[in-house]
Design a binder for this molecule. Structure first.
Ligand code: PEP
Ligand code: MN
Length: 293
């Protein structure tokens, strides 16, 4: 371990990788995240209708996804944008999960909704805009479901682990971290994918780490190549947006893959998953370079 990181992160004792503690495996429904498998979670940004979600669930399951994503409660940048179907969306998610065998990941925005969403979700998503909402994180400590904690768009890795520590301190060690891109001066992409976050987090924490290439890219043509990068640096999986007709999507259509593009992405990932094995532990060079700095 780079001594700088040891000093920086070891205080978050429940989530830090102290004494080379064994890596955590997080169970969401029937899926293990953080084990040998590269776990792909896919689906639309928002649940829009039963037909939209069922079709998407079938397509992503056939291509190898293990979890179905879809927002029923949507945090939108514009208050005029589609805010989600709420409980109706949760019911549609459950139906699609039962029909396809996919586990469900969906976002929770408010502490008041935690118990309701926990009845429907196998993995509770905390979005980038909520990472620092400690009242919500504290409630998630007692929800009985694992949590997918997305990095705040202006948050450091230290702040991300601080939020994870809050969930763990409140009784829930089942946490998956997600790098989804951060705000920088660059405008060609929606966010800047901090690819180094993956090996750093895998070094300083025992928690699984996944990458969301969709919200990082903001455009669908970059999603497959960022997904490959995630695999090669040792991520435990992906969160990817897929829609039956992205041009008609009520949210995030520009970054959503079609069914065919998702299938192609999954096929093209295969050789990179073999390389991923080599990146699963921090390489000696990485550690030595850190010490010499
Ligand atoms: C999402 O996953 O659709 C989402 C809103 O993500 P983020 O919180 O990363 O913007
Ligand atoms: Mn989205």
């Amino acid at each position: 371990m780079n001594p700088k990181w040891n000093g920086q992160f070891s205080c978050f004792d429940l989530v830090a990788n102290i004494d080379d503690r064994a890596r955590s495996i997080v169970r969401a429904g029937n899926v293990e995240i953080g084990g040998d498998d590269f776990v792909v979670m896919a689906g639309p940004c928002a649940v829009e209708s039963e037909r939209q979600l069922l079709r998407t669930a079938e397509a992503v399951a056939a291509a190898g996804a293990r979890l179905l994503r879809g927002g029923a409660y949507k945090p939108r940048s514009s208050p005029y944008a589609f805010q989600g179907l709420g409980i109706e969306g949760l019911k549609i998610l459950r139906k699609a999960g039962e029909e396809t065998g996919l586990a469900i990941v969906t976002e929770v925005m408010s502490g008041e909704d935690v118990d309701l969403i926990a009845e429907y979700a196998d993995l509770m998503q905390v979005g980038t805009r909520s990472m620092g909402n400690y009242a919500l994180l504290e409630r998630l400590g007692g929800c009985g479901r694992p949590v997918l904690l997305k990095r705040g768009m202006t948050a450091t890795l230290e702040e991300l682990l601080q939020s994870a520590q809050v969930i763990a301190m409140n009784g829930n060690p089942q946490i998956v971290l997600c790098e989804r891109g951060i705000r920088t001066f660059e405008t060609a992409t929606r966010n800047t994918l901090d690819i180094a976050a993956v090996p750093v987090l895998k070094t300083v924490s025992h928690l699984p780490v996944i990458v969301d290439p969709s919200h990082a890219a903001g455009v669908r043509c970059l999603v497959p190549i960022l997904a490959r990068a995630a695999a090669v640096v040792g991520a435990d999986g992906l969160l990817v947006e897929v829609h039956p007709a992205p041009d008609q999507a009520l949210s995030d259509g520009e970054q959503s893959l079609t069914f065919r593009q998702f299938r192609d992405m999954m096929d093209d990932l295969q050789p990179y998953l073999a390389i991923r094995e080599a990146a699963r532990l921090p390489s000696p060079q990485l550690v030595v370079a850190g010490v010499a700095d």
